[in-house]
Design a protein around this ligand. Sequence first.
Ligand code: G1P
Length: 284
Amino acid sequence: MTIKKAIFPVGGLGTRFLPATKAMPKEMLPVVDKPLIQYAVEEAAAAGIEQFIFVTGRNKTAIEDHFDHSTELEAVLIEKDKADALEVVRRMLREPGSVSYVRQQEPAGLGHAVWCARHLIGTEPVAVLLADDLILGAPAMAEMTAAYTGGNMVALMDVPASDTGAYGIITPGSKQGNLTEIIGIVEKPAPDKAPSDKAVVGRYILEPKIFEELGKGRRGAGGEIQLTDALAARIGHTPFHGLNFSGERFDCGSKIGFLKANIAFGLAHDELQGELSQWLPTRL
Ligand code: G1P
């Protein structure tokens, strides 16, 4: 099914990356040469998304500037005859009017961030992409939209039992190919309370009814309004599936995941792979 709109929650403080994120949004941290948020936007565009809604917070203007023309830069690149660089900065721009920003006025959780975009969403399902979850290989959102037939959907991956406390964890029902029916979901359970080792990666397709649920403002794990809880409340009312995507996910919300992503994307980069793969073993 075609999904036209995507929400990108980018209001987080990025405290785990201080001081790098003191004056710069964490979503602007680059993996090789591209900021995390641009990977997420490109993944959404590859899935046919046409409208891009950023839920921002304080100190996030660099994201708005990133997805806009930089007239001075473009003028200098033209003057210096740097056609390739000019193409890079122009190609990434979306169609005029297709990017919107809403401010999340308080850091009240992922569910709250998504809810803040409600007035920009009509009666059609909407995608949500978390830029922290970076996927190498086949774009996960395109796999999801291809498989989506209605209701709610999340991307799934298996995690070590010790890591359940960092994720939304599902109770799986029946399985068909790469799709798993979800009959329960809980936010960040301790390993001894986790219903499985199947974790939600930050890719969602949501039916608009979720906004009513989020609007109830119920606080969950960490005292925050959790998207996971709203999804749980919709079980039994609407279909709910998880998709095992084929790409490789990097947790760029953690330093180690971010470093691994830079190495993996570097090794997959035409210009870098030769030298990087020769140099890496010399450090071990
Ligand atoms: C969020 C969600 C969680 C999900 C995770 C994926 O948590 O609340 O359910 O598993 O993203 O990255 P966060 O990482 O923002 O704490």
